[in-house]
Structure formats: C-alpha cells, structure tokens
Design a protein around this ligand. Structure first.
Ligand SMILES: [Zn+2]
Length: 178
C-alpha cells in the first residue's frame, strides 16, 4: 500500500531542489507513487526551474540553457543563461545589437550584478579599453587617474540604467567592504 502521508514542505524542498533528487527517487524513498510525489510538489508549489540536463557549459565557459521557445535560440534550442537573466530583469528580449559583459570576466558568474548590458558592440569595446586603463592605474603603471566612461545610450550596470560608469570608485568601495 503506497504511503499517502505528505512530508513537510521544507523536507520535500530540500530533497527535490537542494539535493536535486528525481521524482522517481523520492517515490522510492517515501514508498509511494511518482504521481503522489508530483501531487505533493504541486501542493507546496515546489518547482525545478530547469532540469540539470537542460543546462550546459560550452567550450568557452558560457552557460547555456535549453529554451526552445526563445525567439533567439540557436539551432540546438539553447540560449545563454546570462542573456536570460538580463531579459528576466529588464522584462524584454536582449536585441541582436545589444551585448552582455561579465564584470569579473568569469563567464559562468551570471548573477545580475556581474552582468553589464551594452546597447551596441562599440560601447562594449570602449568599456574593455576603459577596464584596461583602470587596471594600469590600479597597478601603479600609469599615474593619471582615468576619467569615468560615458555613453550616449543607457547601459544596464549593477541593476540600474546609467550613462556613466566610474570603476575606480566601485573598486575602492569593494575594497572598503572587504
Ligand atoms: Zn566584455
């Protein structure tokens, strides 16, 4: 006789989301059917956003997610995870002319505060040059403190739309926190 006694919410959450067990594994563990597990998960509104098998890291270190309904998915029905995170925040698709940059240069760090959305390739390239100037200054190789970088179209930076970025202030505020 399969068990119908529903386990507590956090217990089920931990096993399904944190330990990433399958519904089949949970059914065996609770001596019940997968249908009953699905029922409990629905009752608590516990959902896996993406199956682990739908998330890939490509040869360049970018994380891709299976998104067959996305208008700009590739032939394998995948979209960059950093693009999806920015889109989720701005509430629209990232356009072909827009580019996303990883602030810490770690292509798999897709937290929103690490992502910068540029309106075009030119502003993205300008930002890379600006980063190099900042690095030379912080290393003491150049003495002249670089001016902030200004943009004609807004850039999404630390979750805000801005026309100007001052990285030295940011570097100093981060080192103060540390
Ligand atoms: Zn970049």
């Amino acid at each position: 006789m399969p068990s119908t006694k529903r386990p507590p919410n956090d217990e089920l959450f931990n096993k399904y989301i944190i330990e990433n067990k399958t519904q089949k594994q949970l059914a065996e563990e609770y001596n019940t059917s997968t249908g009953m597990i699905a029922h409990w998960l629905k009752y608590y509104q516990i959902r896996k956003l993406k199956k682990l098998s739908d998330v890939f890291t490509d040869s360049r270190g970018y994380i891709k997610v299976k998104s067959p309904n996305h208008p700009f998915c590739n032939i394998h029905k995948q979209v960059y995870q950093h693009v999806l995170i920015v889109e989720d925040y701005i509430g629209r698709n990232v356009q072909k002319h827009e580019e996303v940059h990883h602030l810490d240069h770690n292509k798999s760090n897709n937290r929103l505060n690490n992502l910068v959305l540029f309106p075009n390739k030119n502003s993205h390239v300008q930002f890379h040059k600006y980063e190099e100037k900042i690095a030379l200054y912080l290393l003491g190789i150049t003495k002249q403190k670089p001016d902030s970088i200004k943009f004609t179209d807004p850039v999404l930076f630390l979750g805000c739309w801005v026309y100007e970025i001052e990285l030295i202030d940011l570097a100093e505020s981060i080192s103060e926190q540390g």
